[in-house]
Write a protein that binds this ligand. Structure first.
Ligand code: DC
Length: 233
């Protein structure tokens, strides 16, 4: 399942560990290029919320497969919906934050989301961020980025975001949570987090999101120009 290929649409992928700044950078890049932003972490969170709501535990089962075959999940105007319910706020709760990895590691969940993500990908002109965008979902993306940052800096950024959203966790707690998530995401059997073949590895430590976005846009423009020239000749 982890080696399937997609067609060649204009897609930029940004993978990397939690808190590396993927979503902020991806949004900025999408904005500058006039592309759509695909937040695949939000899809995993929404699926976890959906299954928890049905009291289905994070273990593969017939009940889970059946529930997944009926899930309706989509984005509209940067909001995410389960059926007609806007779950954009609910997917950011502590409960989802701490349980999503357990669901994200299951083959049944990943297969379902692979199908959904590739369908969205066919629209083209997309900046997709996640953990397996360049390795599994869009291996033929025109540009693949693997964004990293030192754990301490990632924890500080996450902590600031959480505080801005009224959540009162200590910096040490946030750092421990990130470390645990890194381990779960890199060590899982199904499509673990790793650097995609041909990806540009960018360390965002000490740089602003604008600086990183500029760098990504520069790379994208260069690669797209090269592609155009190749197609012309
Ligand atoms: O980026 P995030 O924190 O919103 O991601 C939520 C969870 O989903 C996280 O545990 C990793 C997982 N995830 C994944 O396994 N593959 C993706 N493409 C995106 C997210």
């Amino acid at each position: 399942m982890c080696n399937e290929k997609n067609g060649a649409f204009t897609i930029i992928t940004i993978d990397g560990p939690a808190g590396a700044g993927k979503s902020t950078v991806a949004k900025k890049v999408a904005n500058i290029l006039g592309y759509e932003y695909l937040d695949t972490g939000a899809l995993y969170r929404a699926i976890a919320l959906y299954l928890i709501g049905r009291k289905i535990p994070p273990v593969e089962s017939e009940e889970m497969r059946e529930a997944l075959s009926n899930v309706e999940i989509f984005f509209d105007n940067e909001r995410i919906y389960l059926g007609d319910r806007d779950v954009s706020a609910e997917i950011r709760t502590v409960e989802i934050e701490t349980t999503v990895s357990a669901y994200a590691k299951l083959g049944a969940v990943r297969r379902k989301l692979l199908e959904i993500q590739r369908k969205i990908g066919t629209l083209g002109n997309i900046v997709a961020d996640g953990r397996d965008m360049g390795t599994v979902v869009f291996p033929n993306a025109v540009l693949k980025i693997y964004l990293v940052a030192e754990l301490k800096e990632r924890a500080k950024r996450r902590w600031k975001d959480l505080r801005a959203n009224g959540r009162d966790l200590s910096l040490a707690e946030v750092e421990a949570q990130l470390k645990k998530r890194d381990e779960e995401d890199t060590k899982r059997e199904n499509c673990p987090l790793r650097v995609p073949d041909g990806a540009f590895v960018i360390d965002s430590t000490g740089f602003s999101a604008d600086q990183i976005a500029e760098k990504v846009v520069g790379l994208a423009e260069k690669l797209l120009r090269t592609e155009e020239r190749t197609n012309e000749s």
